[in-house]
Design a protein around this ligand. Structure first.
Ligand code: IMP
Length: 417
């Protein structure tokens, strides 16, 4: 009997706390698959007294019974991924990397950083990891794929040729040409380490689904950072939404079963770009300190603000979410008032949907009375009445059920309704 894959997707600007839910859910699945993004993503998982930093590695790696797939939709930096792999033992047979995933090479990061510098104030605020240039090469059909690592001499020549063709650009950006012998050595080393893991993951996943295995699709970043449906150009370069799982793994929409959308009880974003419900005052600062809102990958302070129901409705519809997991409710403990952005205003118009241009929209808020403490509560009925009212109101405003509520970073402090 064949099975459908369940999906986890971020509903805001990333950093929704997917890590806690994925870690929790990964225990119940046979396969966990990453379908988009690269090492711009990141979360830390603590098991006992050991801390693991995951960037591209699927979260199933911490479940000894789960196998892990890095899909074709991912951009993979061999150097960084090998470092990530070093945290784990006995990966053979537990990790599969798509031969069609694109390589992210050091020059992609240099181009990313140079472009950001040149943009000055208009910079996107990328992670500087090379994500945009790697996906750019893929779409421009001048990228290099993981499968090419199996023939390092050929790939070396191809990369040297690529530098030659783009000599003017590399020189203008002050990016040094690779030394051919060194490049060959480096790529040969990547081959040595990675070749046992490189397979056709699409065929593998079809087999796994046809065999009725339990599969979890692990989204990275968030809907508002999606290349098509986010706040372009202040987005990442991949399809972060649920449809991205089909493209990034080679499955079809009917292969997807339950979709869980992850949202924080408030909003954050890292980097530049529109953020209608941002709070630049004391409340935003309080959210940042209480919520420890600093980037996992870059350490940058995250911009903070209120739950944006307009963006949420947009995200729910795009992703086809069956249930919402609302994270970090406890961060709102102690606020006298909690706000929700229910509409945007611009040029005398009111928007209850995400308009083409979010620049300069003003948020319209609904206010709710705050509550004392919900930290660590594991039962919905035990939450303070005002917190319960806030959840019910959110459900009504966004038109979807909040089935999971997180009240602390601890695994057990999770309310299941
Ligand atoms: P890039 O993905 O490095 O190109 O960055 C593009 C935008 O996406 C920037 O605003 C980043 O801060 C943001 N971004 C990328 N990855 C993440 C993530 O994992 N969490 C939150 N923001 C991210």
């Amino acid at each position: 009997m064949s099975s459908q894959a369940d999906l986890i997707v971020g509903l805001q600007w990333g950093d929704e706390g997917k890590g806690k839910i994925v870690d929790h859910m990964a225990q119940e699945y046979d396969y966990v698959c990453r379908f988009a993004g690269g090492h711009n993503a990141g979360h830390t998982i603590v098991v006992g007294d050991k801390k693991y930093a995951l960037h591209v590695m699927p979260s199933g790696i911490l479940n000894p019974n789960a196998k892990n797939i890095v899909g074709n939709g991912v951009v993979l930096s061999p150097k960084d991924f090998i470092k990530e792999m070093e945290q784990f033992e006995a990966l053979e047979g537990r990790l599969f990397i798509s031969d069609k995933a694109h390589l992210l090479l050091p020059y992609h990061a240099l181009i990313d950083q140079a472009r950001e510098r040149l943009k000055g104030k208009k910079a996107i605020g990328t992670t500087g990891k090379g994500i945009g240039p790697a996906y750019g090469d893929k779409v421009a059909r001048v990228g290099h794929r993981v499968g090419e690592l199996l023939a390092p001499a050929k790939l070396t020549l191809k990369i040297m040729e690529f530098f030659e063709t783009n000599r003017a650009i590399f020189e203008a950006m002050d990016i040094e040409f690779p030394i051919q012998e060194q490049l060959l050595d480096e790529l040969s080393e990547f081959k040595k380490v990675l070749s046992p893991f490189i397979v056709d993951t699409t065929l593998l996943l079809w087999e796994v689904l046809d065999g009725g295995k339990r599969v979890l699709l692990e989204g990275a970043q968030g809907t508002m950072l999606d290349i098509d449906h986010g706040t372009y150009p202040y987005v990442t370069s991949s399809s972060t939404v649920s449809a991205g799982a089909c493209i990034g793994l080679g499955i079809n929409p009917k292969d997807i079963g339950k979709a869980t959308g992850i949202a924080k009880a408030y909003c954050t974003r890292v980097g530049n770009g529109p953020f209608p419900s941002e709070d630049l005052g004391e409340q935003g600062e309080l959210l940042r300190t209480k919520g420890h809102e600093f980037g996992t990958t870059t350490g940058r302070p995250r911009r903070c603000g209120w739950f944006d129901a307009v963006a949420m409705r947009h995200a729910l519809r795009i992703n086809g979410v069956d249930q919402i997991a609302l994270m970090k409710l406890d961060v709102l403990d102690g606020f006298s008032e909690v706000k929700v952005c229910v509409a945007y205003h611009k040029d005398g118009k009111t928007f209850d949907y995400v308009p083409y241009d979010l620049e300069g929209v003003e948020p319209q808020y609904r206010s709710f009375a705050g509550w004392d403490r919900c930290e660590g509560i594991q039962n919905f009925d035990k939450l303070p009445q005002n917190a319960q009212d806030y959840i019910h109101a959110l459900e009504e405003i966004v038109g979807a059920k909040i089935n999971i509520i997180s009240t602390s970073p601890q695994r057990e402090d999770t309310i299941l309704r």
